[in-house]
Design a protein around this ligand. Structure first.
Ligand SMILES: *Cc1c(COP(=O)(O)O)cnc(C)c1O
Length: 392
């Protein structure tokens, strides 16, 4: 294989670029995980995590990826045979449904076109129709990483309240936490699921849950089996997080640094930076699409994600071919289409430790390789992104 020269433009929608400060913070010998140095780091992390989740409620971490924290959300709050309402948003909502089924939960899906955002009115109608109270939870993806669509969680909460339904609201915020606004307490969420390798800029290896009082109460009677993931065993005491085994302390040294970087920039500034880079990306795609090139996959301009953009390929052209050309010729890593979107969609991640020239570099790789492969597109997408950034 030819050597890939120069720096890598890593624009996968997760995992994301890991800042050198975080790598340095993790590059250390083992410490006593019951010792005061680590315990203090962990207490600080809990305080920082609560700010990122925007919650005063319970926050726990496990040594795992986000999938495990989905499992925790489900097994702590539900019993075999319970019905879970899953509004379809894309590949990740499907995976969540599959996990429900694996645990003998009944899935009531709300089918949708993946290009459309979840409609809160459909959630309200499904809950109103549930006169016998069979639905115990609504499981929803905040930022659907396969489609680049952001769910209106305030709208979903409003729909649940309007229906007067007391189902729990379980939310996957894996690709929005630390990159797009998420308000656990204000939006009345019961269990949120997060992971370390996206907006938090860490290696994969920590899964998070924020948990409402109502969900902690539900965990007292929910009958699905769990042990490592038990909310009541993991719930922090006196500001100290608990681990059933060895605490993943290297991850916590990294998390401490990540939360410090977010604090230094300011959480709201982090969101604004993501919005700016996403808007620049969208400006480029609009130009490409105007010349029969790739278009924005998400149909609703108001709900396009600020952490990842999905692009639909023009008919007859393979998204993977373009993605591989970007990797092989331009040392630029993009995401592929997931599930039924394989080959039809590619994804540009703009979340995590990212800046303007990195974004322009990745967009340039796409434009150069579209030209090389003879993929139709409007010329000047990168210029439009630069113009957007210069005027923003
Ligand atoms: C990345 C991602 C996941 C999977 O998380 P892992 O940490 O890889 O288990 C789940 N949901 C969404 C929305 C994601 O973006």
């Amino acid at each position: 294989m030819a050597r890939n020269t120069g720096r890598t433009f890593f624009n996968a929608p997760g995992p994301t670029n890991i800042p050198y400060q975080i790598l340095r913070a993790m590059d250390r010998p083992s410490v006593d995980f019951m010792g005061e140095e680590f315990l203090q780091v962990q207490r600080d992390c809990l305080v920082g995590l609560k700010k990122v989740f925007k919650t005063e409620k319970t926050v726990i971490a496990v040594a795992a990826s986000g999938h495990a924290s989905w499992e925790a959300a489900m097994t702590n709050t539900l019993s075999p045979g319970d019905t879970v309402l899953v509004p379809e948003s894309g590949y990740f909502s499907q995976k969540w449904s599959a996990m429900c089924e694996a645990f003998n939960l009944k899935v009531q899906a709300i089918p949708s076109e993946w290009s459309d955002p979840i409609d809160p009115a459909k959630v309200e109608a499904a809950l109103k129709a549930d006169v016998n109270g069979e639905i115990k939870a609504v499981a929803i993806v905040h930022n659907e990483t396969s489609t680049g669509t952001c769910t209106d969680l305030a709208g979903i909460r409003g729909a649940m309240d309007a229906a007067g339904h007391d189902a729990l609201l379980l939310v996957d915020t894996i690709s929005s936490l630390g990159s797009m606004d998420f308000r656990f307490d204000e939006w009345g969420i019961d269990v949120a699921v997060g992971g370390s390798q996206k907006g938090l800029m860490l290696p994969v290896g920590l899964g998070f849950n924020a948990i409402s009082d109502k969900a902690m109460e539900a965990a007292k009677t929910a009958k699905l089996p769990r042990k490592y993931f038990d909310f009541h065993e993991l719930a922090p005491e006196n500001g100290q997080m608990k681990f059933p085994g060895t605490a993943p302390f290297h991850m916590f040294f990294g998390l401490h640094e990540a939360l410090g970087l977010i604090e230094q920039e300011g959480l709201e500034e982090v969101f604004k930076r993501h919005e700016k880079l996403a808007s620049a990306t969208r400006a480029a795609v609009e130009v490409w699409g105007s010349g029969n090139g790739p278009t924005l996959f998400c149909s609703d301009a108001a709900r396009r994600s600020n952490s990842i953009t999905s692009l639909a390929m023009p008919d007859g052209f393979d998204a993977n071919e373009l993605r591989e050309a970007c990797a092989d010729n331009s040392n630029t890593v993009l995401g592929g289409g997931l599930g039924k979107l394989d080959g039809r969609v590619f994804r540009i991640g703009h979340l995590g430790d990212m800046n303007e020239p990195m974004m322009i570099g990745a967009l340039s790789a796409v434009e150069i390789n579209m030209a090389r492969l003879g993929i139709p597109h409007g010329k000047g997408g990168v210029s439009a992104a630069i113009d957007y950034l210069a005027s923003a």
